[in-house]
Design a protein around this ligand. Sequence first.
Ligand SMILES: Nc1ncnc2c1ncn2[C@@H]1O[C@H](COP(=O)(O)OP(=O)(O)O)[C@@H](O)[C@H]1O
Ligand SMILES: Cc1cn([C@H]2C[C@H](O)[C@@H](COP(=O)(O)OP(=O)(O)O)O2)c(=O)[nH]c1=O
Length: 195
Amino acid sequence: MLVTLEGLDGSGKTTVWEALHDTYPDATFTREPTESWYGEAVDRAIADDDADPLAELFLFIADHADHLSRVVRPALADGDLVISDRYSDSRYAYQGATLAGEVKRPMEYIRGVHQPFTHPPDVTIYLDVDPRTAMQRSGATNKFEQSKYLTEVRQNYEQLMEWQPERFVRVDATQSPEGVLDDVEDVLERLLDAE
Ligand SMILES: Nc1ncnc2c1ncn2[C@@H]1O[C@H](COP(=O)(O)OP(=O)(O)O)[C@@H](O)[C@H]1O
Ligand SMILES: Cc1cn([C@H]2C[C@H](O)[C@@H](COP(=O)(O)OP(=O)(O)O)O2)c(=O)[nH]c1=O
């Protein structure tokens, strides 16, 4: 089963993802951007305020393609529980915002590029936090962590949840870290029991 964690920068994804290592020691833990050379190229784009948004999208997608073939598909083929800190929805929400005005219907466009080759998550846990809190927590260290931009990203996540309500579980990420982790663990326990 493929479970992804999504949300704004500072929503607490990495904190939860790290804590889940203890709960599910046999799971495959992974993340996007990855640590491959494709991921390093992505990191360069993130650090470049003048990166072309379309070129940046395709770097993220290249990293995703490599991630799928090298990590996600083999782990799923072995029957593993795979838990990814960010995945394709980050592209739909974030690049959906950077490409507004560059291409028509950017979220539909980006989903269309993924559709022929991606492996969609079975469940996506959305850590819901307002952009202000997200920015306070993340320290607004990169170009994506700006209030107006994160507001658009959040709207895009809301749109994705409207399109596919069955895939998403929303968790209130303004709670304490312990409260957030309890909710996420409850979700995972129910899912794995139902398998
Ligand atoms: N529920 C929470 N309440 C308050 N602070 C949190 C919470 N979860 C995480 N943090 C803190 O916020 C910062 C960003 O958390 P992190 O897990 O890295 O978020 P993300 O991976 O979503 O960017 C870290 O300093 C972390 O300790
Ligand atoms: C995976 C991914 C990340 N991003 C952005 C979100 C983050 O601002 C940045 C780096 O991701 P990440 O390292 O997960 O940041 P954080 O832990 O702060 O959430 O890249 C995209 O814009 N598109 C994507 O597809």
